[in-house]
Design a protein around this ligand. Structure first.
Ligand SMILES: CC(C)(COP(=O)(O)OP(=O)(O)OC[C@H]1O[C@@H](n2cnc3c(N)ncnc32)[C@H](O)[C@@H]1OP(=O)(O)O)[C@@H](O)C(=O)NCCC(=O)NCCS
Length: 191
């Protein structure tokens, strides 16, 4: 499994012009645990969001090396590597005084259950700890969002606490917000 994180900023917002991305943001299965579900998303709303990202937020495209098959001249199947945009991940707001940051992630539904979410969360927490020298990363996942809780646990996060009955989900009522976190155990001041 190989994923790369490509930084996105107001300078390179154009590559975000993809139907797959806008469709994922508006897809009920994909957005049912996200606050964006209340606002229909278009290329313009996404552009405005990226252009107004505060300085303490890092936003990345997740690109996976997905092997494509094609037939050789002699009829044998060969595998060609191909970078495919599979989702986005956000680190922030970053608090540089206390050295913590929140993580948010979205993988396009076509690419779910292939391990890309877990890998991207690992990559972004490595960046937070090894490049930004943060102390802690965390994420809030609604208790029914099992895929998300699993992906964070696969990436080494542990449940730290729950905010009880915090979010109202249509058809299921109020649900806990499960806060998962991971610490930079390599830093000198770790305790
Ligand atoms: C949550 C989300 C990011 C997870 O991404 P993902 O790429 O599907 O996650 P992963 O594949 O890494 O892992 C999630 C679970 O998928 C399943 N899975 C992983 N690899 C798999 C494979 N090769 N085959 C089948 N299932 C697999 C597993 O159940 C895995 O957990 P497990 O390894 O503990 O069993 C994605 O579902 C998503 O974008 N959801 C919508 C937005 C959202 O809810 N974001 C999170 C807000 S906190």
């Amino acid at each position: 499994m190989n994923v790369k994180l490509i930084p996105i900023s107001s300078l390179n917002v154009n590559p975000l012009n993809s139907d797959e991305y806008i469709n994922a943001l508006n897809d009920h299965e994909c957005n049912k645990y996200l606050e964006i579900r209340f606002h229909p998303q278009t290329y313009d709303t996404v552009k405005e969001y990226i252009e107004n990202l505060p300085d303490n937020v890092r936003f990345f495209k997740i690109v996976a090396d997905i092997k494509k098959t094609s037939l050789d001249n002699d009829g044998k199947t060969k595998y060609l590597p191909g970078d495919r945009w599979v989702g986005n991940i956000k680190l922030g707001p970053i608090n540089m005084w206390h050295k913590f940051a929140e993580i948010g992630i979205l993988i396009f539904p076509t690419y779910w259950h292939k391990g890309y979410g877990s890998e991207a969360i690992k990559e972004v927490s490595n960046y937070a700890f090894n490049v930004l020298h943060l102390h802690k990363c965390f994420a809030g996942c609604i208790e029914d969002n099992i895929n998300s809780i699993r992906a964070f646990k696969n990436a080494g996060f542990e449940e730290e606490y729950r905010i009880r009955s915090q979010y109202y989900i249509n058809g299921s009522g109020h649900k806990d917000d499960v806060v998962l976190s991971k610490f930079n155990v390599n830093e000198a001041t770790w305790r």
